[in-house]
Design a binder for this molecule. Structure first.
Ligand code: G4P
Length: 537
Protein backbone atom coordinates (compact mmCIF):
# COMPACT_ATOMS: atom_id res chain seq x y z
CA UNK A 1 0.00 0.00 0.00
CA UNK A 2 1.25 3.46 -0.79
CA UNK A 3 1.30 6.08 1.98
CA UNK A 4 -1.69 8.41 2.13
CA UNK A 5 -1.22 11.24 -0.33
CA UNK A 6 -3.99 13.59 0.75
CA UNK A 7 -5.46 14.62 4.11
CA UNK A 8 -8.72 12.89 3.15
CA UNK A 9 -6.83 9.70 2.43
CA UNK A 10 -5.02 9.97 5.77
CA UNK A 11 -8.39 10.27 7.56
CA UNK A 12 -9.71 7.27 5.63
CA UNK A 13 -6.80 5.03 6.55
CA UNK A 14 -6.81 6.06 10.19
CA UNK A 15 -10.57 5.39 10.39
CA UNK A 16 -10.06 1.90 8.98
CA UNK A 17 -7.20 1.23 11.39
CA UNK A 18 -9.37 2.38 14.31
CA UNK A 19 -12.31 0.26 13.22
CA UNK A 20 -10.09 -2.78 12.77
CA UNK A 21 -8.57 -2.28 16.20
CA UNK A 22 -11.98 -2.40 17.84
CA UNK A 23 -12.90 -5.75 16.31
CA UNK A 24 -12.48 -9.29 17.62
CA UNK A 25 -13.43 -12.05 15.23
CA UNK A 26 -13.55 -15.49 16.80
CA UNK A 27 -15.24 -18.89 16.80
CA UNK A 28 -16.10 -21.28 19.59
CA UNK A 29 -14.72 -24.77 19.05
CA UNK A 30 -16.15 -27.61 21.10
CA UNK A 31 -17.65 -31.06 21.11
CA UNK A 32 -21.46 -31.20 20.95
CA UNK A 33 -23.07 -30.60 24.35
CA UNK A 34 -20.09 -28.81 25.87
CA UNK A 35 -22.29 -25.71 26.02
CA UNK A 36 -21.51 -23.66 22.90
CA UNK A 37 -25.09 -22.47 22.45
CA UNK A 38 -25.37 -21.71 26.14
CA UNK A 39 -22.13 -19.73 26.08
CA UNK A 40 -23.23 -17.84 22.96
CA UNK A 41 -26.43 -16.87 24.69
CA UNK A 42 -24.52 -15.88 27.81
CA UNK A 43 -22.16 -13.70 25.77
CA UNK A 44 -25.19 -12.01 24.26
CA UNK A 45 -26.34 -11.16 27.78
CA UNK A 46 -23.22 -9.10 28.41
CA UNK A 47 -22.73 -7.73 24.93
CA UNK A 48 -25.57 -6.35 22.82
CA UNK A 49 -26.41 -7.76 19.42
CA UNK A 50 -25.87 -5.28 16.64
CA UNK A 51 -28.76 -5.29 14.24
CA UNK A 52 -28.09 -2.39 11.96
CA UNK A 53 -25.16 -0.07 11.47
CA UNK A 54 -24.28 1.36 14.83
CA UNK A 55 -27.57 0.55 16.50
CA UNK A 56 -27.68 -2.09 19.18
CA UNK A 57 -30.51 -4.19 20.50
CA UNK A 58 -31.37 -4.34 24.17
CA UNK A 59 -29.69 -7.06 26.18
CA UNK A 60 -32.98 -8.83 26.26
CA UNK A 61 -33.48 -12.42 25.36
CA UNK A 62 -31.05 -15.11 26.24
CA UNK A 63 -32.48 -17.41 23.63
CA UNK A 64 -32.77 -17.14 19.90
CA UNK A 65 -29.25 -16.00 19.11
CA UNK A 66 -28.32 -19.29 17.62
CA UNK A 67 -29.05 -19.63 13.98
CA UNK A 68 -31.48 -22.15 12.64
CA UNK A 69 -32.86 -21.69 9.21
CA UNK A 70 -33.16 -24.77 7.09
CA UNK A 71 -36.15 -27.03 7.58
CA UNK A 72 -33.75 -29.84 8.33
CA UNK A 73 -32.03 -27.73 10.90
CA UNK A 74 -35.24 -26.97 12.73
CA UNK A 75 -36.46 -30.55 12.62
CA UNK A 76 -33.26 -31.92 13.99
CA UNK A 77 -32.39 -29.00 16.19
CA UNK A 78 -28.97 -28.55 14.72
CA UNK A 79 -27.21 -25.59 13.29
CA UNK A 80 -26.05 -26.00 9.71
CA UNK A 81 -25.43 -22.40 8.88
CA UNK A 82 -22.30 -20.52 9.77
CA UNK A 83 -23.79 -17.12 10.26
CA UNK A 84 -21.88 -14.57 12.25
CA UNK A 85 -23.30 -13.05 15.36
CA UNK A 86 -22.16 -9.48 15.84
CA UNK A 87 -22.08 -8.15 19.37
CA UNK A 88 -20.90 -4.90 20.87
CA UNK A 89 -19.29 -4.66 24.29
CA UNK A 90 -17.42 -1.72 25.84
CA UNK A 91 -17.02 -0.11 22.42
CA UNK A 92 -15.60 -3.28 20.87
CA UNK A 93 -17.32 -5.24 18.13
CA UNK A 94 -17.28 -9.00 18.67
CA UNK A 95 -17.84 -11.08 15.55
CA UNK A 96 -18.69 -14.58 16.70
CA UNK A 97 -18.58 -16.81 13.66
CA UNK A 98 -20.79 -19.82 14.24
CA UNK A 99 -19.31 -23.27 13.82
CA UNK A 100 -21.97 -25.87 13.08
CA UNK A 101 -22.24 -27.69 16.36
CA UNK A 102 -23.49 -31.20 15.88
CA UNK A 103 -21.84 -34.58 15.85
CA UNK A 104 -22.53 -34.34 12.13
CA UNK A 105 -19.46 -32.46 11.30
CA UNK A 106 -18.96 -30.72 8.00
CA UNK A 107 -16.16 -29.03 6.15
CA UNK A 108 -17.78 -25.70 6.97
CA UNK A 109 -16.88 -26.31 10.58
CA UNK A 110 -13.22 -26.33 9.58
CA UNK A 111 -13.45 -23.51 7.04
CA UNK A 112 -14.83 -21.08 9.57
CA UNK A 113 -11.46 -21.25 11.25
CA UNK A 114 -9.90 -19.62 8.18
CA UNK A 115 -12.10 -16.59 8.80
CA UNK A 116 -11.37 -15.89 12.46
CA UNK A 117 -8.48 -14.34 14.36
CA UNK A 118 -8.86 -16.42 17.49
CA UNK A 119 -10.72 -19.47 18.82
CA UNK A 120 -12.42 -20.08 22.13
CA UNK A 121 -12.01 -23.77 22.96
CA UNK A 122 -14.87 -24.85 25.20
CA UNK A 123 -14.30 -27.93 27.33
CA UNK A 124 -16.81 -29.76 29.49
CA UNK A 125 -15.30 -29.95 33.00
CA UNK A 126 -16.44 -33.54 33.38
CA UNK A 127 -15.35 -34.80 30.00
CA UNK A 128 -12.11 -33.02 29.21
CA UNK A 129 -10.96 -33.30 25.60
CA UNK A 130 -13.53 -34.92 23.33
CA UNK A 131 -13.01 -36.06 19.72
CA UNK A 132 -14.54 -33.09 17.89
CA UNK A 133 -12.64 -30.60 20.02
CA UNK A 134 -9.42 -32.44 19.23
CA UNK A 135 -10.10 -32.31 15.46
CA UNK A 136 -10.87 -28.59 15.55
CA UNK A 137 -7.90 -27.90 17.80
CA UNK A 138 -5.70 -29.56 15.19
CA UNK A 139 -6.97 -27.19 12.48
CA UNK A 140 -6.44 -24.18 14.78
CA UNK A 141 -2.91 -25.29 15.44
CA UNK A 142 -2.16 -25.67 11.74
CA UNK A 143 -3.41 -22.14 11.20
CA UNK A 144 -1.45 -20.86 14.19
CA UNK A 145 -4.64 -19.44 15.69
CA UNK A 146 -4.48 -18.11 19.23
CA UNK A 147 -6.73 -20.20 21.49
CA UNK A 148 -8.53 -19.21 24.67
CA UNK A 149 -9.52 -22.26 26.73
CA UNK A 150 -12.77 -22.15 28.68
CA UNK A 151 -13.63 -24.97 31.07
CA UNK A 152 -17.40 -25.03 31.26
CA UNK A 153 -19.99 -26.58 33.58
CA UNK A 154 -17.89 -26.08 36.73
CA UNK A 155 -21.20 -26.08 38.61
CA UNK A 156 -21.42 -29.81 37.98
CA UNK A 157 -19.19 -32.61 39.26
CA UNK A 158 -16.15 -32.95 37.05
CA UNK A 159 -12.42 -33.44 36.84
CA UNK A 160 -9.89 -31.83 39.10
CA UNK A 161 -8.81 -28.32 38.04
CA UNK A 162 -5.09 -29.15 38.17
CA UNK A 163 -5.66 -32.31 36.17
CA UNK A 164 -7.50 -30.30 33.52
CA UNK A 165 -4.60 -27.84 33.33
CA UNK A 166 -2.24 -30.77 32.73
CA UNK A 167 -4.51 -32.15 30.00
CA UNK A 168 -4.67 -28.77 28.30
CA UNK A 169 -0.89 -28.48 28.31
CA UNK A 170 -0.46 -31.96 26.83
CA UNK A 171 -3.20 -31.75 24.22
CA UNK A 172 -2.60 -28.22 22.97
CA UNK A 173 1.17 -28.22 23.31
CA UNK A 174 0.74 -24.68 24.57
CA UNK A 175 1.40 -23.38 28.06
CA UNK A 176 -1.91 -23.06 29.92
CA UNK A 177 -2.02 -19.86 31.97
CA UNK A 178 -5.09 -19.41 34.16
CA UNK A 179 -6.78 -16.02 33.99
CA UNK A 180 -9.42 -17.21 36.44
CA UNK A 181 -9.40 -19.99 38.99
CA UNK A 182 -12.47 -21.63 40.49
CA UNK A 183 -13.19 -21.49 44.17
CA UNK A 184 -14.68 -24.84 45.09
CA UNK A 185 -14.30 -28.15 43.31
CA UNK A 186 -16.38 -28.95 40.22
CA UNK A 187 -19.98 -29.13 41.42
CA UNK A 188 -19.36 -26.56 44.17
CA UNK A 189 -18.68 -23.40 42.21
CA UNK A 190 -18.56 -20.66 44.85
CA UNK A 191 -16.46 -18.03 43.22
CA UNK A 192 -13.55 -17.08 41.04
CA UNK A 193 -10.08 -15.74 41.57
CA UNK A 194 -9.67 -13.19 38.82
CA UNK A 195 -5.95 -13.06 38.04
CA UNK A 196 -5.97 -10.02 35.76
CA UNK A 197 -8.09 -7.89 38.09
CA UNK A 198 -6.35 -9.39 41.14
CA UNK A 199 -9.61 -9.87 43.04
CA UNK A 200 -11.51 -12.76 44.61
CA UNK A 201 -15.17 -12.84 43.58
CA UNK A 202 -18.10 -14.65 45.14
CA UNK A 203 -20.65 -15.53 42.47
CA UNK A 204 -24.39 -15.72 42.62
CA UNK A 205 -26.69 -16.79 39.83
CA UNK A 206 -29.69 -14.57 39.08
CA UNK A 207 -33.02 -15.78 37.72
CA UNK A 208 -31.65 -19.22 36.84
CA UNK A 209 -29.09 -17.64 34.52
CA UNK A 210 -31.53 -15.22 32.89
CA UNK A 211 -29.44 -12.26 34.06
CA UNK A 212 -25.72 -11.62 34.50
CA UNK A 213 -24.32 -13.21 37.67
CA UNK A 214 -23.85 -11.06 40.77
CA UNK A 215 -20.17 -10.74 41.64
CA UNK A 216 -19.12 -9.67 45.13
CA UNK A 217 -15.52 -8.91 46.00
CA UNK A 218 -14.38 -11.14 48.83
CA UNK A 219 -11.76 -10.01 51.33
CA UNK A 220 -9.99 -12.99 52.80
CA UNK A 221 -10.16 -11.42 56.27
CA UNK A 222 -13.97 -11.26 56.15
CA UNK A 223 -14.45 -14.96 55.46
CA UNK A 224 -15.86 -17.28 58.08
CA UNK A 225 -13.26 -19.92 59.05
CA UNK A 226 -15.32 -22.79 57.56
CA UNK A 227 -15.52 -21.20 54.11
CA UNK A 228 -12.08 -19.66 54.14
CA UNK A 229 -10.50 -23.11 53.66
CA UNK A 230 -12.05 -23.37 50.17
CA UNK A 231 -10.72 -19.97 49.21
CA UNK A 232 -7.30 -20.78 50.64
CA UNK A 233 -7.20 -24.00 48.63
CA UNK A 234 -8.05 -22.10 45.45
CA UNK A 235 -5.29 -19.54 46.10
CA UNK A 236 -2.84 -22.33 46.75
CA UNK A 237 -3.69 -24.24 43.55
CA UNK A 238 -3.59 -21.10 41.47
CA UNK A 239 -0.25 -20.19 43.02
CA UNK A 240 1.12 -23.59 42.04
CA UNK A 241 0.07 -23.25 38.42
CA UNK A 242 1.31 -19.69 38.17
CA UNK A 243 4.69 -20.57 39.57
CA UNK A 244 5.14 -23.51 37.19
CA UNK A 245 3.50 -22.08 34.03
CA UNK A 246 4.28 -18.39 34.41
CA UNK A 247 2.10 -15.37 33.85
CA UNK A 248 -0.13 -14.47 30.92
CA UNK A 249 1.80 -12.76 28.15
CA UNK A 250 -0.28 -11.24 25.32
CA UNK A 251 2.49 -11.78 22.76
CA UNK A 252 2.84 -15.47 23.71
CA UNK A 253 -0.93 -15.88 23.43
CA UNK A 254 -1.07 -14.21 20.00
CA UNK A 255 1.79 -16.43 18.86
CA UNK A 256 -0.24 -19.48 20.01
CA UNK A 257 2.40 -20.55 22.51
CA UNK A 258 0.27 -19.80 25.57
CA UNK A 259 -3.41 -20.55 26.00
CA UNK A 260 -5.18 -18.47 28.63
CA UNK A 261 -7.57 -20.62 30.69
CA UNK A 262 -10.85 -19.51 32.24
CA UNK A 263 -13.32 -21.46 34.35
CA UNK A 264 -17.04 -20.97 33.78
CA UNK A 265 -20.57 -22.17 34.17
CA UNK A 266 -22.18 -20.65 31.09
CA UNK A 267 -25.66 -21.71 32.20
CA UNK A 268 -25.29 -19.50 35.30
CA UNK A 269 -23.25 -16.81 33.57
CA UNK A 270 -20.33 -17.53 35.89
CA UNK A 271 -16.99 -16.55 34.41
CA UNK A 272 -18.53 -15.22 31.19
CA UNK A 273 -17.83 -11.55 31.94
CA UNK A 274 -14.18 -12.38 32.48
CA UNK A 275 -14.12 -14.08 29.08
CA UNK A 276 -15.69 -11.18 27.24
CA UNK A 277 -13.43 -8.72 29.08
CA UNK A 278 -10.32 -10.62 28.15
CA UNK A 279 -11.38 -10.84 24.51
CA UNK A 280 -11.88 -7.08 24.46
CA UNK A 281 -8.70 -6.22 26.35
CA UNK A 282 -6.19 -8.71 25.00
CA UNK A 283 -7.95 -10.57 22.15
CA UNK A 284 -6.21 -10.21 18.78
CA UNK A 285 -7.74 -7.66 16.39
CA UNK A 286 -7.58 -8.28 12.62
CA UNK A 287 -3.99 -8.13 11.45
CA UNK A 288 -2.43 -7.83 7.99
CA UNK A 289 -3.35 -10.88 5.95
CA UNK A 290 -0.62 -12.62 3.99
CA UNK A 291 -1.60 -13.05 0.34
CA UNK A 292 -0.77 -16.14 -1.71
CA UNK A 293 2.33 -14.36 -3.07
CA UNK A 294 3.61 -13.83 0.47
CA UNK A 295 2.88 -10.07 0.56
CA UNK A 296 1.17 -8.81 3.71
CA UNK A 297 -1.84 -6.66 3.00
CA UNK A 298 -2.31 -4.06 5.74
CA UNK A 299 -5.81 -3.71 7.16
CA UNK A 300 -5.79 -0.06 5.99
CA UNK A 301 -5.31 -1.04 2.33
CA UNK A 302 -8.33 -0.73 0.04
CA UNK A 303 -11.12 -3.28 0.39
CA UNK A 304 -10.28 -6.98 0.20
CA UNK A 305 -11.74 -10.16 1.59
CA UNK A 306 -12.34 -13.81 0.85
CA UNK A 307 -15.28 -16.17 0.74
CA UNK A 308 -15.11 -18.80 3.47
CA UNK A 309 -18.53 -20.29 3.04
CA UNK A 310 -21.24 -20.51 0.41
CA UNK A 311 -24.68 -21.46 1.49
CA UNK A 312 -27.58 -22.25 -0.75
CA UNK A 313 -31.01 -23.72 -0.54
CA UNK A 314 -32.32 -22.02 2.59
CA UNK A 315 -35.16 -20.77 0.55
CA UNK A 316 -35.91 -23.04 -2.37
CA UNK A 317 -38.47 -20.63 -3.77
CA UNK A 318 -35.81 -17.98 -4.25
CA UNK A 319 -32.86 -20.05 -5.32
CA UNK A 320 -30.98 -18.41 -2.60
CA UNK A 321 -27.20 -18.37 -2.51
CA UNK A 322 -25.31 -16.54 0.16
CA UNK A 323 -21.55 -16.18 0.03
CA UNK A 324 -20.00 -15.30 3.37
CA UNK A 325 -17.11 -12.96 3.07
CA UNK A 326 -14.52 -12.18 5.73
CA UNK A 327 -13.17 -8.68 5.28
CA UNK A 328 -9.38 -8.51 5.44
CA UNK A 329 -8.72 -4.88 4.60
CA UNK A 330 -10.42 -1.59 3.88
CA UNK A 331 -14.01 -0.57 4.16
CA UNK A 332 -16.86 -2.45 2.56
CA UNK A 333 -19.73 -0.30 1.35
CA UNK A 334 -22.92 -1.79 0.04
CA UNK A 335 -23.26 -1.16 -3.65
CA UNK A 336 -19.54 -1.01 -4.33
CA UNK A 337 -18.30 -3.06 -7.25
CA UNK A 338 -15.55 -5.49 -6.36
CA UNK A 339 -13.48 -7.87 -8.46
CA UNK A 340 -13.28 -11.62 -8.10
CA UNK A 341 -9.56 -12.45 -8.33
CA UNK A 342 -10.26 -15.95 -9.71
CA UNK A 343 -12.33 -14.83 -12.69
CA UNK A 344 -11.27 -11.18 -13.02
CA UNK A 345 -14.99 -10.39 -13.20
CA UNK A 346 -16.70 -7.57 -11.33
CA UNK A 347 -19.24 -8.34 -8.65
CA UNK A 348 -21.91 -5.83 -7.60
CA UNK A 349 -22.62 -5.85 -3.88
CA UNK A 350 -26.12 -4.44 -3.97
CA UNK A 351 -27.43 -7.29 -1.82
CA UNK A 352 -25.01 -7.25 1.06
CA UNK A 353 -26.45 -8.43 4.32
CA UNK A 354 -25.65 -9.00 7.88
CA UNK A 355 -27.05 -12.45 8.49
CA UNK A 356 -28.14 -13.60 11.88
CA UNK A 357 -29.97 -16.88 11.98
CA UNK A 358 -32.99 -16.49 9.77
CA UNK A 359 -32.91 -12.73 10.03
CA UNK A 360 -31.24 -10.68 7.39
CA UNK A 361 -30.87 -7.02 7.01
CA UNK A 362 -29.15 -4.74 4.58
CA UNK A 363 -25.69 -3.83 5.67
CA UNK A 364 -24.28 -0.47 4.67
CA UNK A 365 -20.71 -0.60 5.81
CA UNK A 366 -18.34 -3.17 7.24
CA UNK A 367 -14.71 -3.20 8.37
CA UNK A 368 -11.78 -5.61 8.64
CA UNK A 369 -12.80 -8.64 10.70
CA UNK A 370 -16.49 -8.33 9.84
CA UNK A 371 -18.46 -10.98 8.00
CA UNK A 372 -20.73 -9.95 5.17
CA UNK A 373 -23.34 -12.17 3.53
CA UNK A 374 -23.64 -11.56 -0.20
CA UNK A 375 -27.02 -12.72 -1.42
CA UNK A 376 -27.54 -14.23 -4.88
CA UNK A 377 -23.82 -14.68 -5.23
CA UNK A 378 -24.01 -17.65 -7.56
CA UNK A 379 -20.67 -16.81 -9.17
CA UNK A 380 -18.72 -16.91 -5.92
CA UNK A 381 -17.01 -20.02 -4.57
CA UNK A 382 -15.39 -20.91 -1.31
CA UNK A 383 -11.87 -19.50 -1.28
CA UNK A 384 -12.53 -16.70 -3.80
CA UNK A 385 -10.64 -13.49 -3.09
CA UNK A 386 -12.37 -10.18 -3.71
CA UNK A 387 -10.85 -6.73 -3.91
CA UNK A 388 -11.67 -3.19 -4.84
CA UNK A 389 -8.57 -1.67 -6.45
CA UNK A 390 -5.29 -3.34 -5.71
CA UNK A 391 -5.56 -6.96 -6.84
CA UNK A 392 -4.95 -9.65 -4.26
CA UNK A 393 -5.34 -13.41 -4.00
CA UNK A 394 -5.42 -14.89 -0.53
CA UNK A 395 -4.18 -18.44 0.06
CA UNK A 396 -6.63 -21.19 -0.74
CA UNK A 397 -8.65 -22.66 2.08
CA UNK A 398 -7.21 -26.17 2.28
CA UNK A 399 -9.18 -29.29 1.50
CA UNK A 400 -9.84 -31.42 4.53
CA UNK A 401 -9.27 -35.11 4.66
CA UNK A 402 -12.59 -36.84 4.00
CA UNK A 403 -13.57 -39.77 6.18
CA UNK A 404 -16.90 -40.72 4.61
CA UNK A 405 -17.52 -41.79 1.03
CA UNK A 406 -20.58 -42.60 -1.07
CA UNK A 407 -21.13 -43.41 -4.72
CA UNK A 408 -23.84 -41.10 -6.10
CA UNK A 409 -26.17 -41.79 -9.02
CA UNK A 410 -29.21 -40.10 -10.57
CA UNK A 411 -32.34 -42.01 -9.59
CA UNK A 412 -33.82 -41.16 -12.95
CA UNK A 413 -31.26 -41.69 -15.73
CA UNK A 414 -33.36 -39.36 -17.90
CA UNK A 415 -32.32 -36.47 -15.67
CA UNK A 416 -28.61 -36.96 -16.20
CA UNK A 417 -28.05 -33.39 -17.42
CA UNK A 418 -29.57 -31.93 -14.23
CA UNK A 419 -27.63 -34.48 -12.20
CA UNK A 420 -24.32 -33.42 -13.71
CA UNK A 421 -25.05 -29.72 -13.31
CA UNK A 422 -26.09 -30.19 -9.67
CA UNK A 423 -23.06 -32.26 -8.71
CA UNK A 424 -20.75 -29.72 -10.35
CA UNK A 425 -22.43 -26.86 -8.51
CA UNK A 426 -22.19 -28.61 -5.13
CA UNK A 427 -18.54 -29.35 -5.81
CA UNK A 428 -17.85 -25.69 -6.69
CA UNK A 429 -19.58 -24.48 -3.59
CA UNK A 430 -17.55 -26.87 -1.50
CA UNK A 431 -20.63 -28.60 -0.09
CA UNK A 432 -18.95 -31.94 -0.70
CA UNK A 433 -15.81 -33.12 -2.45
CA UNK A 434 -16.43 -34.87 -5.76
CA UNK A 435 -14.01 -37.63 -6.77
CA UNK A 436 -14.08 -39.33 -10.16
CA UNK A 437 -12.39 -42.13 -12.04
CA UNK A 438 -12.47 -43.63 -15.52
CA UNK A 439 -13.87 -46.78 -14.05
CA UNK A 440 -16.79 -45.14 -12.29
CA UNK A 441 -17.47 -42.74 -15.14
CA UNK A 442 -19.40 -39.48 -14.87
CA UNK A 443 -22.61 -41.34 -14.13
CA UNK A 444 -21.53 -42.34 -10.67
CA UNK A 445 -18.82 -40.22 -9.07
CA UNK A 446 -17.81 -40.56 -5.44
CA UNK A 447 -18.85 -37.93 -2.93
CA UNK A 448 -16.47 -37.47 -0.03
CA UNK A 449 -17.12 -35.64 3.22
CA UNK A 450 -15.96 -35.16 6.77
CA UNK A 451 -19.50 -35.48 8.15
CA UNK A 452 -22.68 -37.34 7.25
CA UNK A 453 -24.62 -34.09 7.23
CA UNK A 454 -22.83 -32.98 4.06
CA UNK A 455 -24.39 -35.93 2.19
CA UNK A 456 -27.82 -35.11 3.55
CA UNK A 457 -27.50 -31.51 2.41
CA UNK A 458 -26.25 -32.67 -1.02
CA UNK A 459 -29.08 -35.20 -1.37
CA UNK A 460 -31.68 -32.63 -0.39
CA UNK A 461 -30.36 -29.96 -2.72
CA UNK A 462 -30.10 -32.37 -5.67
CA UNK A 463 -33.77 -33.20 -5.16
CA UNK A 464 -35.23 -29.77 -4.44
CA UNK A 465 -32.95 -27.38 -6.27
CA UNK A 466 -31.67 -29.33 -9.26
CA UNK A 467 -34.68 -31.56 -9.66
CA UNK A 468 -32.44 -34.61 -9.90
CA UNK A 469 -33.10 -37.02 -7.02
CA UNK A 470 -30.08 -39.17 -6.27
CA UNK A 471 -29.33 -42.46 -4.61
CA UNK A 472 -26.30 -42.74 -2.38
CA UNK A 473 -24.42 -45.98 -1.84
CA UNK A 474 -22.07 -46.06 1.13
CA UNK A 475 -18.52 -47.11 0.37
CA UNK A 476 -16.46 -48.79 3.04
CA UNK A 477 -13.57 -46.32 2.88
CA UNK A 478 -12.47 -44.30 5.87
CA UNK A 479 -9.14 -42.78 4.89
CA UNK A 480 -7.84 -40.57 2.10
CA UNK A 481 -4.35 -39.56 1.03
CA UNK A 482 -3.14 -37.22 -1.68
CA UNK A 483 -0.98 -38.90 -4.30
CA UNK A 484 2.21 -36.88 -4.69
CA UNK A 485 4.02 -39.13 -7.18
CA UNK A 486 5.08 -37.17 -10.20
CA UNK A 487 4.74 -40.22 -12.51
CA UNK A 488 1.99 -39.93 -15.16
CA UNK A 489 -1.50 -40.61 -13.81
CA UNK A 490 -1.87 -43.47 -16.29
CA UNK A 491 0.74 -45.44 -14.34
CA UNK A 492 -1.27 -45.28 -11.11
CA UNK A 493 -3.39 -48.31 -10.23
CA UNK A 494 -7.06 -47.30 -10.37
CA UNK A 495 -8.21 -49.93 -7.95
CA UNK A 496 -6.50 -52.25 -5.53
CA UNK A 497 -7.51 -54.41 -2.58
CA UNK A 498 -9.41 -52.26 -0.12
CA UNK A 499 -9.17 -49.02 -2.03
CA UNK A 500 -8.96 -47.02 -5.25
CA UNK A 501 -7.43 -43.89 -6.69
CA UNK A 502 -9.76 -41.10 -7.73
CA UNK A 503 -9.35 -37.63 -9.23
CA UNK A 504 -10.54 -34.53 -7.40
CA UNK A 505 -11.92 -31.63 -9.45
CA UNK A 506 -8.74 -29.58 -8.87
CA UNK A 507 -6.84 -32.36 -10.68
CA UNK A 508 -5.23 -33.89 -7.58
CA UNK A 509 -5.28 -37.68 -7.28
CA UNK A 510 -6.72 -38.97 -4.05
CA UNK A 511 -6.21 -42.53 -2.86
CA UNK A 512 -8.93 -43.87 -0.58
CA UNK A 513 -8.60 -46.85 1.75
CA UNK A 514 -10.81 -49.05 3.91
CA UNK A 515 -8.56 -48.65 6.92
CA UNK A 516 -4.97 -48.07 8.08
CA UNK A 517 -4.01 -51.66 7.33
CA UNK A 518 -5.20 -51.41 3.73
CA UNK A 519 -3.18 -48.22 3.45
CA UNK A 520 -0.17 -50.09 4.89
CA UNK A 521 -0.54 -52.94 2.37
CA UNK A 522 -0.86 -50.48 -0.47
CA UNK A 523 2.32 -48.56 0.42
CA UNK A 524 4.24 -51.81 0.78
CA UNK A 525 3.02 -53.13 -2.56
CA UNK A 526 3.43 -49.79 -4.38
CA UNK A 527 6.62 -48.17 -3.13
CA UNK A 528 6.72 -46.02 -6.28
CA UNK A 529 3.52 -44.18 -5.26
CA UNK A 530 4.08 -41.52 -2.61
CA UNK A 531 1.19 -40.38 -0.46
CA UNK A 532 0.61 -37.36 1.72
CA UNK A 533 -1.86 -36.59 4.48
CA UNK A 534 -4.50 -34.11 3.25
CA UNK A 535 -5.00 -30.73 4.97
CA UNK A 536 -6.21 -31.25 8.51
CA UNK A 537 -6.46 -35.00 8.14
P1 G4P B 1 -23.80 -27.26 22.53
O1 G4P B 1 -24.35 -26.05 21.86
O2 G4P B 1 -22.33 -27.21 22.74
O3 G4P B 1 -24.21 -28.56 21.92
O4 G4P B 1 -24.37 -27.33 24.03
P2 G4P B 1 -25.60 -26.59 24.71
O5 G4P B 1 -25.30 -25.16 24.93
O6 G4P B 1 -26.84 -26.93 23.98
O7 G4P B 1 -25.57 -27.30 26.12
C1 G4P B 1 -25.72 -28.71 26.26
C2 G4P B 1 -26.34 -29.00 27.59
O8 G4P B 1 -25.46 -28.58 28.64
C3 G4P B 1 -27.64 -28.25 27.84
O9 G4P B 1 -28.44 -29.08 28.67
C4 G4P B 1 -27.20 -27.05 28.63
O10 G4P B 1 -28.22 -26.51 29.42
C5 G4P B 1 -26.11 -27.66 29.48
N1 G4P B 1 -25.14 -26.67 29.95
C6 G4P B 1 -24.47 -25.76 29.21
N2 G4P B 1 -23.67 -25.03 30.00
C7 G4P B 1 -23.84 -25.49 31.25
C8 G4P B 1 -23.29 -25.11 32.50
O11 G4P B 1 -22.47 -24.21 32.63
N3 G4P B 1 -23.71 -25.83 33.58
C9 G4P B 1 -24.61 -26.85 33.49
N4 G4P B 1 -24.95 -27.49 34.59
N5 G4P B 1 -25.16 -27.20 32.33
C10 G4P B 1 -24.77 -26.53 31.22
P3 G4P B 1 -29.68 -29.88 28.10
O12 G4P B 1 -30.25 -30.63 29.24
O13 G4P B 1 -29.27 -30.64 26.89
O14 G4P B 1 -30.64 -28.75 27.61
P4 G4P B 1 -31.50 -27.73 28.47
O15 G4P B 1 -32.73 -28.51 28.80
O16 G4P B 1 -30.73 -27.36 29.69
O17 G4P B 1 -31.73 -26.60 27.54
Amino acid sequence: MTSPTTPAEAVRTSTIAEQALRRRTFAVISHPDAGKSTLTEALALYASAITDAGVTHGKSSRHGTVSDWMGMERERGISISSAALQLEYRGTVLNLVDTPGHADFSEDTYRVLAAVDCAVMLIDAAKGFEPQTVKLLEVCKQRGLPIVTVINKWDRPGLDALELIDQIGERTEMVPVPLTWPVGTAGHFEGLLDVRADVSLALESVGGGALPAIETVVEQADLRPDSSAVWDAAHEELGLVRSSNGEFDAAEFTAARQTPVLFAAAARNFGVRQLVDMLVEVGPPPSPRVAANGVRRPVEADFSGFVFKVQAGQNTAHRDHIAYLRICSGVFERGMVITNARTGRPFATKYAHRVLGREREALEQAWPGDVVGLVNATSLRVGDSLYQEEAVTFPEIPHFSPELFVAVRAKDPGRYKQFRRGIEQLDHEGVIQVLRSELRGDQSPVLAAVGQLQFEVAEQRMRTEFNAPVSLESLSYTLARRVTTTAPASTLPETFRGGEILRRSDGEHIAVFGDRWKLGHFTEANPQVSLEVIGAG
